[in-house]
Ligand binder design. Structure first.
Ligand code: NAP
Length: 276
């Protein structure tokens, strides 16, 4: 059974391909631009995958605010192209979405049926991408909302914290954003198996539990053996172009949804393999 992975150069794509081994065919941006409908159809026709794991997306949350058209192409139109190609060629589709489809006002873990209310262009385009995929391929699409994803590479939040800790004695990290940090190495095995395990539709799969960004930073530094002090701060001190939900931890209301390990064990597993 072949699993075609788009966005193969990204965090989740790489982790999925490690899990899949010989079963996986990875297409990075240079191999397949997912905004090109004809190219997507041709790639799916050529590889005839049983499953498409669609990891390619516009993930620059702040950058989407100044280029909404680009984010729409990559997150909405591309989802439609991939879902249409999956439908045409009888493939099941697993596509990624985000906790940023919620407004953060609930103050308790969000489940699949909670009302959405994105605060940012990124969140809005991811939500529209969910709808596009489900519309094109309703019986064969699994939308996985996940959150705060990281891996061993330096270009993510744990990497930033480690880099800053090498330069400073004290870090200031916000306490008014709460979410579910998710280690790509824990998420990937669930993604590749999901169509075998649960019916199609929207599922929440993220590191179990909830953390403030400060708690996440402290866990990273503890796992890295760095004794740097982390002070609490508020988001007002670090203005960003995109608004982020204050509370966006995820949980599933479906008992058959696979549950990931606690977010702290994700940090420990990741930091054990961190590449400086
Ligand atoms: N990271 C998170 O915290 C997070 C949280 C919730 C949900 N998600 C979702 O999970 C999925 C994967 O995220 P990730 O963390 O693996 O992101 P990532 O590391 O940024 O990977 C995304 C990949 O998509 C590629 N890409 C962007 N536009 C493309 C296009 N038009 N055609 C082909 N490839 C394109 C990117 O290539 P370039 O590097 O060349 O741009 C990158 O390799 C996305 O759907 C994202 O929205 C992520």
């Amino acid at each position: 059974m072949t699993v075609l992975v788009t966005g193969a150069g990204g965090q989740i794509g790489r982790a999925a391909l490690r899990v899949l081994g010989d079963r996986g065919v990875g297409l990075g941006r240079a191999d397949l631009d997912v905004t090109d409908a004809a190219a997507v159809m041709a790639a799916v026709a050529a590889h005839r995958p049983a499953v498409i794991l669609h990891c390619a997306a516009w993930t620059d949350v702040d950058g989407a605010e100044s280029d909404p058209a680009g984010a729409i192409r990559a997150n909405v139109a591309a989802n439609r192209h991939v879902a249409r190609a999956a439908f045409e060629h009888g493939a099941r589709l697993v596509t990624l979405s985000t906790d940023f489809v919620f407004d953060g006002a609930k103050g308790a873990p969000y489940v699949e049926s909670d009302p959405t209310g994105p605060l940012s262009v990124y969140g809005e385009t991811k939500l529209q991408g969910e709808e596009a995929a489900l519309e094109e391929h309703p019986d064969g699409t699994w939308v996985v909302r996940t959150a705060w994803v990281y891996d061993e590479t330096p270009g993510n939040f744990p990497g930033l914290i480690r880099r800053l800790a090498a330069e400073r004695d004290v870090l200031r990290v916000v306490t008014d954003q709460i979410g579910s940090p998710t280690y790509a190495g824990h998420l990937a095995p669930v993604l590749v198996d999901l169509p075998e395990r649960v019916p199609p539709g929207v599922r929440h799969v993220a590191g179990s539990g909830a953390a403030t960004r400060r708690e996440w930073a402290e866990a990273v530094l503890a796992a890295a053996g760095r004794g740097v002090h982390v002070e609490g701060a508020t988001s007002d001190e670090f203005p960003t172009p995109a608004r982020r939900p204050a509370y966006s931890a995820l949980a599933s209301e479906h008992p058959d949804t696979p549950v990931l390990p606690d977010w702290r064990s994700g940090v420990e597993a990741c930091m054990a393999g961190f590449t400086p």
